[in-house]
Design a protein around this ligand. Structure first.
Ligand SMILES: [Fe+2]
Length: 446
């Protein structure tokens, strides 16, 4: 075996191993759909076939006895060249490229088959002399092959622009990458008659794949993020509208939902900044708290209008009835949001709706939980809820001045409220006073 044969052999084996490895990678780890995976495998299989054919044609010294089989291999290989260019475009996500590839393959094959017996495109010599030592040479009509190859090249560029539009502004770099692949195949082969060109094509195809797969993954994750954001916006809107509905039944609590949401958000942010309960409070916690706080009184759906709108003090029976909004709040919240929110969301909203009337000393309702047994989100909600009730006007009482309300909250520290929360709340009281003033003004202003 001479040096050239060995070189072709190792190059071919290397390329085939590379193609198999890339194919396994595409099948298992790429973000491609079934169709795209199919085209990639087809592309890589055709590259492997061409490399193998090259080896047979040029790696082994020409023997006229194998003229027929060598002619068939040559015709197939050259028909496959434009075809795999098409397949490659197909692999980049175009739907109809497969069919077009078959047309190119068909035309090329037909020309090859018709011309082969007359050696018009690919020329074989019956004698293995020095001039025609290796495989085929160019026949007088070799131009036919060049035309089909160039036509497919033009087509693939157009196809890439179409793909490029789908993949935002990165089409230029994708096109350059694929042009490199094609140039690697066509220039050495047609101009310098270097028959190892397919190795370069294979390598470049692998590079293209790695690059392109990366782009697809980026686009997919960006798309996913956008969808997630839409869903979360939808959830926020649903909860906000639902909360407004509940509020509109309860005629006296205008602005309560908007204000309490701002209070809990501000308090949670202050707690985080002051290093209190930072094992529980993070940005996600604050997001959930802010978005789900409007649902704290969702259980009021079950309380009759008569009690809810009753002016003046409630009888003990009526008070028992109104307490149900907490004991049933979790169940109602779950029922209302099930299907549009995940389990974490449902647990969080259920905690707020059920436990926002619990007290630190264990004398609250519905479950008489005490201390840190009460979920933190409900403990935060309790302060916001009570503070807002104090500073708001009711038909049976006037609005309490904010300074007085802060004193009330302070008085209840350790009995009604978690003392750590009260401390942070009072430390930043000017924020709560201004939220109250701002939203109440907006309410009055219409
Ligand atoms: Fe409540």
């Amino acid at each position: 075996m001479d040096g050239l044969t060995l070189f072709y052999m190792f190059a071919t084996i290397l390329l085939i191993i590379l193609m198999v490895a890339m194919s396994i990678h595409v099948l298992n780890y790429s973000g491609f759909n079934k169709q795209q995976k199919g085209w990639f495998i087809a592309t890589f299989a055709s590259i492997s076939f061409c490399a193998l054919a090259e080896f047979m044609l040029h790696g082994i010294p020409y023997d006229p006895r194998f003229k027929v089989i060598l002619t068939i291999l040559t015709v197939l290989q050259f028909a496959l060249a434009p075809c795999f260019a098409m397949l490659f475009a197909g692999a980049l996500g175009l739907r109809y490229q497969g069919r077009i590839a078959i047309i190119f393959f068909g035309i090329c094959l037909l020309i090859g088959v018709c011309c082969a017996p007359f050696e018009l495109v690919f020329l074989f010599r019956d004698v293995a002399d020095e001039t025609y030592k290796f495989g085929y040479n160019r026949g007088p009509l070799f131009i036919i092959y060049l035309i089909t190859y160039f036509t497919s090249l033009v087509y693939i560029i157009i196809a890439l622009f179409i793909v490029g539009r789908k993949f935002h502004h990165r089409d230029i770099s994708t096109i350059i990458m694929v042009l490199v692949v094609l140039a690697a195949g066509i220039i050495p082969m047609t101009i310098y008659q270097l028959h190892i060109a397919y190795i370069a094509v294979g390598m470049a195809a692998c590079l293209c794949y790695v690059y392109y797969n990366d782009l697809v993954q980026q686009d997919t994750s960006a798309e996913l993020l956008e969808k997630q954001q839409k869903i979360s916006e939808l959830q926020t809107q649903i909860t906000a509208r639902l909360a407004n509905l509940i509020e509109s039944r309860d005629t006296e609590t205008g602005g309560h939902v908007a204000r309490t949401s701002e209070y809990v958000k501000t308090l949670a942010e202050d707690l985080k900044a002051d290093g209190v309960y930072t094992d529980i409070i993070n940005d996600h916690f604050i997001f959930l708290l802010y978005n789900l706080a409007p649902m704290h009184d969702v259980g009021k759906i079950l309380v009759s209008d008569k009690i809810l709108r009753k002016p003046g003090r409630l009888t003990p029976e009526e008070y028992e009835e109104i307490k149900k909004h907490a004991s049933m709040g979790g169940t109602v919240a779950r029922q209302v949001l099930s299907g549009i929110a995940d389990e974490e969301y449902l647990n969080f909203v259920s905690d707020i709706a059920t436990y926002h009337h619990e007290r630190w000393d264990g004398n609250g309702y519905p479950n008489k939980l005490s201390g840190e047994d009460i979920p933190l989100c409900a403990r935060i909600m309790a302060i916001a809820d009570v503070f807002d009730a104090l500073v708001s006007k009711r038909c049976y009482k006037e609005a309490m001045p904010v300074e007085e309300a802060f004193k009330e909250i302070e008085k209840e520290s350790g009995t009604h409220f978690d003392p750590k929360l009260v401390e942070v709340f009072l430390k930043h009281k000017e924020k709560y006073a201004s939220i109250n003033a701002e939203i109440t003004d907006k309410e009055k202003g219409g």
